[in-house]
Design a protein around this ligand. Structure first.
Ligand code: ATP
Ligand code: MG
Length: 192
């Protein structure tokens, strides 16, 4: 049966998917290894709202049928490695798309305080069980729910996000209120 063209197509597709998965995994591991080596950040003074706007547009493009919103604020100046911070926010957006049903909303918000700028990525999905919350930033950790859902991630996205944010002297946290949904907050020192 392995000579049957349909079987062959099937095997080829499975192999291609596996190659894609491995490619993603290797890319993520390289990314983590570089952060381990504390590779220098390419700091640039930017209004974080600009970066969040990019990610907001990209999220709408990735999930056109979703309800996605953005709350901007003025003068959210930070000194950051723009590509890395974009990578952090894109993983949060990617997670919000992957781990919530299509009818769930995704809301971005930028807020500026005295000494910090905060970006939140909130969704109205199923939330994360309280016992999983402390572990989701660990390498390779995935909740039971998503492991069984076969979404193909390696469980590295949030570990990388945490490394990147901490390299900027910032912090990242997750909360899932009993009322539902998940909110990720990234706090970065405001530029002065
Ligand atoms: P990768 O990012 O490497 O592709 P991943 O998405 O599984 O894989 P993380 O981004 O680190 O890994 O997320 C870890 C786990 O946290 C996910 O597998 C999922 O179980 C849970 N999770 C993350 N974001 C959400 C969310 N918005 N709603 C529900 N569960 C989430
Ligand atoms: Mg992820």
């Amino acid at each position: 049966a392995k000579d049957d063209p349909r079987t062959r197509d099937h095997i080829l597709t499975a192999m291609r998917n596996e190659v894609d998965r491995m490619t993603g995994l290797v890319r993520d591991l390289v990314s983590l290894a570089r952060m381990d080596a504390a590779e220098d950040l390419q700091l640039q003074r930017v209004d974080l709202t600009r970066v969040v706007e990019d990610v907001y547009e990209q999220t709408k493009a990735m999930a056109p049928q979703r309800q996605v919103s953005l709350r901007r604020c003025d003068g959210a100046w930070v000194d950051v490695d723009v590509d890395r911070i974009r990578q952090v926010l894109l993983n949060l957006a990617d997670n919000a798309i992957k781990y919530t049903p299509p009818e769930a909303d995704i809301n971005f918000a930028v807020q500026s305080y005295d000494s910090t700028v905060q970006v939140s990525v909130a969704d109205t999905g199923p939330g994360i069980p309280p016992r999983d919350l402390p572990k989701i930033f660990d390498r390779f950790y995935r909740t039971e729910h998503s492991r069984t859902r076969e979404k193909g991630g390696a469980g590295l996205g949030l570990a990388i996000a945490k490394r990147i944010v901490e390299a900027h002297k910032g912090s990242i946290s997750a909360a899932s209120p009993p009322s539902g949904g998940t909110v990720f907050a990234v706090r970065l020192p405001a530029a002065r």
